[in-house]
Design a protein. Sequence first.
Length: 178
Amino acid sequence: MGVLVDDLLLLTRLDEGRPLERAAVDVGAVAADAVEAARAVEPDRPISLDVSGSIEVWGDRDRLRQVVDNLLANVRSHTPARAPAEVRVAADDGLAIIEVADRGSGVAEAEATRVFERFYRSDTGRSRDQGGAGLGLSIVAAIATAHGGAATAAPRSGGGEVFRIALPLLDGSADANA
């Protein structure tokens, strides 16, 4: 119950536009920490990490870590125990891209945008003790938005899903008060 309350409070703060901590954040290092933690939680799941150089954004390191943690928790909840996951961090056209891809059953095309809605659960037959409250991906989207970015989901070629977070790269002109 405490985690649910914390998640709802975070979403409320983000909705109100309350400022996040702001500093230069190496998103590759954040992803590496999250992958290491996920491997400790589920050592039998193959999780790969591909980071293309030093990629920095202006943001809140703890909240960005929460984004990757939530995406990896989603993989644990919605894919078979030994199904591989891949985490990729790269820069593309002025954006830092964080992708978490899995080899699960994927998300129906009609649900791809709904998965970021609060309390939305694509598998309505799932009991609450086997899944979350439906807040993890809405928190991912809210944090991405608070950083000036966006979260999307798309089917993965060969099965599964790719969750993609796009954030503005740190370009040296970021406003420290933003």
